[in-house]
Design a protein around this ligand. Sequence first.
Ligand code: SF4
Length: 415
Amino acid sequence: APAPQPGRHLFSDPAEVEALRRDLLAWYDRCKRDLPWRALGGVGASAVSPALLPAVWVSEIMLQQTQVATVIDYYTRWMQKWPTLQALAQASLEEVNELWAGLGYYSRGKRLQEAARKVVSELAGRMPRRAEELQKLLPGVGRYTAGAIASISYGQATGVVDGNVIRVLCRLRCIGADSSSPAVIDRLWDMANVLVDRSRPGDFNQALMELGATVCVPKSPLCGECPVKQHCQAWRRKLFGKAPPVPDVEDCGVGDCPLCPPATEPWDSSLGVTNFPRKAAKKPPRVMRTATCVLERRGCHGAPEYLIVQRPSSGLLAGLWEFPSVPLAQDLQEGKEREELADHLQAWMGQPVAAKGLQFIGEVIHIFSHIHQTYVVYSLHLDGDVTLDPALSPSRWVTEDEFHASAVSTAMKKV
Ligand code: SF4
């Protein structure tokens, strides 16, 4: 049976919950950032005009793993191009990938569009409005995104938990157990659902996330300016050290509290509030090497053109375009990379490619979330034309401008 949950990690006093909501919302009204998806304020326009694509859906999907400053421009172009569910449903994957190029994690754009298609074709164009239905029915919509859409666009009083909220709640309630563990995440969801303001749920959720993004930041939080510091256990712990009124770790529960820091890693006073949250060490990223070749020819107007080929429609960077590339085995002998690449190009071009004709250009490192990728880059200039094997993946010749306008990843732009 789970250990009893000590009261210091909960919000059990209704008066405190009420005060925290009031303080946080008053701060949000004064200080919130002016972001395009907040332009309408309150419950979203999509609640009034159901054909519209909910702004928060697009922004939240784009904001996963991406900074606000980067997202603003992409968001604006996306909403201009596809303001309605119908318009997005009719877009091609190629158009979606082109607009998404540079944002990373390309499956996000693809699934957003698949979800819009599903709403139009299977749900009679009616967007689900409750978090449970959004999560169940729409591809790419997880618990967090469902809560954000339901509360911000449709006014459902349901909480959200993202990275910012995890940090704020762990600090507010001195939660020092591994914040990525399912047990802690479940408790945080319960807490978010208790805290969410019943009359302004969307604003409250945005306020909590905004606090994490601008005040309760990971490294040097601005506790002095924090609107909820009087409700924050970590801040009080820092101010008062080990003395009351905040009980020490030993006072919490029966010694094996599931939410306290492990006894082997107690409070470190040099870290202050940044003792929270804590995470188990991340797995190191997978190391990969890929040989890639920039094949160049003179185009009909004399300008250089480059061959790009399309990646498979599933997996990493699905459907994006890249220079012909081949993943290399980890234990490949030195000097064999060039031969591997020449063999790969030969299959493409249906004619022999001499390995020594490939000119080594350099190496490009790109970090995907879970992969440390090194591209070993070669180039090859072609004199005559080549006939590409149509049985292989789609391919095309592009000028440099066309390359940049195509659905290519940031990694390939670096190459
Ligand atoms: Fe975060 Fe400091 Fe505010 Fe606590 S007082 S919520 S640690 S910014």
